[in-house]
Design a protein around this ligand. Structure first.
Ligand code: ZN
Ligand code: FE
Length: 255
């Protein structure tokens, strides 16, 4: 049977994700913004918690880790590069590593840029990738610790995953991202349609995460920085992809 993936809203606008294997009853959590809503989601389903996979060191992704580890004796996985500033890790991972979860391979991708040492977890068999503050729905994380070149490389690696990949990202920022994206590509019909759906969901208080990689490739301005039509839209014909990405990121920071 395939895994069940549950989106758990936390704090003001964070998402954590539960991955549950019905055959083995094993459950993993990706990021722990706070313990209470995650415990409630587990309790409502009668699930334990076996593993916690951390994407990066920011408080809004790790503050619930210790409480959840204490209650469930869960093992904690995070990046070697971030071990000094993450909760205690039982398993340290780096780019290119893979580990087993309930018989499925989980691949670790370094997606530095937002922070150095940010990782994404890709589960190919389930067509799911957990990206937190790297690739987001219609957006990407702010480049705090890395460089635009680093973030562009990270996003390009994620963009190379299959179209049908489910992108489980870390925040509900999609309505703002959509308003911004429309300023960059007002004539992109796929973006216009997605923005409309996002605004309706926001109005109804419904989550817009997860999304699919096909949607992101068609509409997310940060993934589209390498396309001739995007460069033309910005008057940056012939400039390199990183410069175009940096321009879009800069505009979003000021938006
Ligand atoms: Zn963050
Ligand atoms: Fe965050």
């Amino acid at each position: 049977m395939t895994f069940e993936i549950v989106t758990v809203p936390c704090r003001a606008d964070n998402y954590a994700f539960l991955v549950h294997d019905p055959d083995t009853s094993r459950t993993a959590l990706i990021d722990a913004p706070e313990a209470a809503p995650i415990e409630a989601a587990l309790d409502a389903r009668g699930w334990g918690l076996d593993e916690i996979w951390i994407t990066h060191h920011h408080g809004d992704h790790v503050e619930g880790v210790d409480a959840l580890r204490d209650r469930f004796s869960a093992s904690v996985t995070g990046a070697t590069a971030d071990a000094h500033r993450l909760p205690a890790l039982d398993r340290k991972v780096a780019d290119g590593d893979a580990f087993d979860f309930a018989g499925s391979q989980v691949e670790v991708l370094d997606v530095s840029g937002h922070t150095i040492g940010h990782v994404a977890f890709h589960v190919p068999k389930e067509n799911a990738v957990f990206t937190a503050d790297s690739l987001m729905a219609l957006g990407c994380g702010r480049v705090f610790e890395g460089t635009p070149a680093m973030m562009w490389k990270s996003l390009s690696r994620l963009a190379a995953l299959p179209d049908e990949t489910t992108v489980c990202s870390g925040h509900e920022y999609t309505a703002t991202n959509a308003r911004f994206a429309l300023t960059i590509e007002p004539d992109n019909p796929a973006l216009a349609a997605r923005a409309e759906a996002v605004f309706q969901a926001a109005e109804a208080g419904l989550p817009t995460v997860p999304s699919t990689l096909a949607e992101e490739r068609a509409t997310n301005p940060f993934l589209r920085a390498g396309l001739p039509e995007m460069k033309a839209a910005l008057g940056m014909e012939g400039e390199d992809d990183i410069a175009v990405f940096a321009e879009i990121r800069g505009r979003k920071d000021r938006f």
